[in-house]
Design a protein around this ligand. Structure first.
Ligand SMILES: [Mg+2]
Length: 386
């Protein structure tokens, strides 16, 4: 089998309401977007992958840094292709979608869903609704009640208020309003923010410790990204000082960076994302390192429906992944706006779990009309002769 053509398309669709995510303080997003990758083979099978939208940098990464070297290669030779993806990440941005597309091809060719090819562990995973915005308590509680009515039983809240006492009070108010039967996680988003009007300002170790102890009292399941990404020693000290699990790693890159995080016990839960770091199959190595250290691996999934679908196969193949992140924060970030490129958006089951499809490959049904309608930029390589 041979890769004979690669297509890269920037997709963008308006959001139903403006989104002000905690990870881009002061910034307002009006669109849902993604960088769609389609990899065609000489046997007529096409693999799908996607990364976050990074404008023309996304196309440059595929067209100049990857395609010239990948065209003509056998898509089953994933480990041989991996170094090309890694080097493209250095000079470009988010090439990991290619690893998704390769496994989509392998699954479609062999007639198996990807998680089963890897030796599956579970086909249903409990979900937590992953919120985006830092809101007033009354608004936060109203949104949680709406999501609970939809069937969600667990929720991740954003803590990034100027004063940590207000973050703690918010969680207290949510607990008081919704009781102990819901599961709660919290994310400090202190490891990294996107380019934004307020790109700096992080908790000190002492502030992180105060928040962690308060969350422990409120029976919160984990505290995510309490300190800057490369503050390894204080992360390890914090994880050792408290009983609440400390989570993170969503934007680390490099197998050895994850090895360091695991070896140093910076995090109890590793949250690498197949769209942001290393790719779907390389992250299985990270998940195995975590498993050997008796840590959880619960992938970050905040990109788009394709990224979510790829991470779902990764999660379903792991014995150390007890939760699945489900990004949703209406009115801005709805299931439909997140999965606008799919004919069938991902949703949860009645019991608050997500079921992995047994459709071969990554099981993604691409909406061809939506791709045409929302295409902002498109590039395709020449087609190799079969
Ligand atoms: Mg996070």
């Amino acid at each position: 089998m041979k890769i004979i053509q690669i297509e890269c398309t920037l997709l963008e669709t308006p959001l139903p309401a403006p989104l002000r995510p905690a990870w881009a303080p002061g910034r307002v997003f009006t669109h849902s977007s993604c960088t769609l990758l389609q990899v065609h083979t000489d046997e007529g099978i096409t693999g799908i992958g996607a990364g976050p939208e990074v404008g023309m940098l996304g196309i440059h990464t595929i067209s100049e840094l990857l395609a010239p070297y990948i065209l003509g290669m056998d898509p089953f030779m994933v480990e041989r292709i991996a170094p090309y993806i890694r080097t493209a990440a250095r000079d470009g941005s988010y090439p990991w979608a290619l690893d998704m597309a390769l496994w989509d091809i392998i699954g479609k060719t062999t007639g198996q869903p990807v998680y089963r090819l890897w030796g599956g562990y579970q086909n249903r995973i409990p979900v937590y609704a992953s919120m985006a915005e830092v809101t007033e308590a009354s608004e936060q509680i109203a949104r949680l009640q709406q999501l609970r009515d939809h069937g969600f039983k667990a929720f991740k809240l954003r803590l990034r208020r100027p004063d940590i006492r207000d973050d703690i009070r918010l969680v207290e108010q949510v607990r008081a309003a919704l009781g102990d039967e819901i599961d709660l996680m919290v994310d400090g988003n202190q490891a990294h923010v996107m380019p934004s009007p307020q790109p700096s300002g992080y908790w000190t170790y002492e502030q992180a410790l105060t928040v962690a102890r308060a969350m422990e009292q409120l029976n919160v399941l984990w505290l995510e990204e309490p300190l800057p990404r490369y503050n390894y020693k204080q992360l390890a000290r914090l994880a050792d000082a408290v009983d609440i699990p400390i989570a993170g790693g969503e934007l680390n890159i490099g197998l050895h960076e994850y090895k360091l995080l695991i070896d140093m016990d910076c995090y109890d839960i590793i949250q690498a994302d197949a769209a942001f770091s290393e790719g779907i199959s390389q992250l299985r190595k990270v998940a195995s390192m975590a498993e050997l250290a008796y840590k959880k691996f619960i992938p970050h999934t905040w990109s788009n429906g394709i990224g979510l679908g790829a991470n779902l196969h990764l999660a379903a193949s792991l014995p150390n992944c007890p939760w699945f992140e489900f990004p949703v924060d209406p009115p801005a970030w709805t299931i439909e706006s997140r999965d606008f490129m799919l004919t069938q958006p991902f949703d949860i089951d009645e019991d608050g779990s997500i079921t992995v499809s047994d459709i071969p490959g990554l099981g993604l049904r691409i909406d061809a009309d939506a791709i045409t309608r929302y295409s902002k930029e498109h590039w395709q390589s020449d087609r190799l002769a079969v």
